[in-house]
Write a protein that binds this ligand. Structure first.
Ligand SMILES: [Zn+2]
Ligand SMILES: [Zn+2]
Length: 243
């Protein structure tokens, strides 16, 4: 317990729990930084999809570098790191299945980069993609709301997840378990119904932790578009690039 008195006022790395002057120690930060797509890939200038090089069209929206995209149904999505990365994946696992709330802070640190890239002017709202009713009941807190609390944009909890959700036992596939079967069941949160505050005139960035096919995000974005939002983008922590 050497130095424990001094450590009373210090802090510990959220990931490895070693003494650290910052939220993350230099070692953990170096690993997580290296796992970010931006450390080894380029991005589509239109939809932010990570690509190996600019020699090919974007596989997601088919934009060629320097040319504008005609496919307006593609929501720009800025994914931070690969779902198959060792440390990032284990942190997501700690967050989702072991209820390690502290991981929200780590997720927020990295997703802030995405939001800043998507909204350089800083006028967007962030909208957490809500978890299913079942997860909310089982866990008692909504993960993405927790993440948004640590981020530097005003949060708008305008989406409600009307999906009951499947039990974890029924979701056998690993990525299915991660996405919680939340697909395509979003509506306007009742607190916002009938309100005429002009929210939809500001840009919004959806915030979610994991995606494999972007279908949850597309569904949430479609719901926001239906409410009149014209500028909808999304920030995601981990994307399953191999899927
Ligand atoms: Zn550490
Ligand atoms: Zn693209």
């Amino acid at each position: 317990m050497k130095g424990s008195f001094v450590r009373l006022f210090g802090r510990n790395c959220l990931v490895c729990n070693e003494p650290s002057d910052d939220v993350l120690c230099p070692d953990c930060k170096a690993i997580l930084d290296a796992e970010c797509f931006d450390s080894y890939m380029v991005r589509c200038p239109k939809c932010f999809f990570p690509m190996v090089s600019y020699d090919y069209d974007c596989p997601r929206c088919h934009t060629k570098e320097g040319k504008s995209c005609t496919n307006t149904s593609v929501v720009p999505i800025y994914a931070i790191a690969d779902y198959n990365s060792n440390l990032s994946y284990s942190l997501l696992h700690r967050f989702k299945f072991f209820g390690d709330k502290k991981m929200a802070k780590v997720a927020a640190m990295y997703m802030q980069r995405a939001v800043d890239a998507l909204d350089p002017k800083g006028d967007a709202y962030i909208v957490p993609v809500p978890c299913s009713r079942r997860s909310l009941k089982e866990r008692g807190w909504d993960q993405m709301v927790q993440v948004c609390r640590y981020m530097d944009r005003p949060m708008l909890r305008i989406l409600e997840n009307t999906n009951e959700g499947l039990s974890q036992q029924k979701l056998l596939d690993r990525t299915q378990r991660m996405e919680e079967g939340r697909e395509k069941r979003f509506s306007m949160a009742s607190a916002y119904e009938g309100m005429d505050e002009g929210y939809e005139n500001r840009p919004v960035v959806l915030v979610d932790d994991v995606t494999t096919t972007f279908s949850t995000i597309q569904a949430a974005a479609g719901c926001l578009a239906g409410m009149g939002f014209k500028d909808v983008k999304a920030a995601v922590w981990l994307y399953d690039y191999k899927a």
